[in-house]
Design a protein around this ligand. Sequence first.
Ligand SMILES: [Zn+2]
Length: 80
Amino acid sequence: MKKVICLSIFVLVHHLIKKRDLMNRMMKMAKRNRGKTISYLPSRGRGTCPLCGRTRIKLLYPHKTVENVTIKVCKMCRHK
Ligand SMILES: [Zn+2]
């Protein structure tokens, strides 16, 4: 019986550690516009901004045009 309790505590602690790991990972996800995390995007999230015409800039921010089309723009144009 004692063994079972021991084991369940071990499992609980293991779960808690796993949860903390997940939290840490989620905290890192908050910086999703930086570094490695955008490397999954085509050309690493870079391209020519349709608003200001800068080339090879990170296009990470959604922007609604007058025609109500959502496009990705650079950080300079995100509040336009
Ligand atoms: Zn721009």
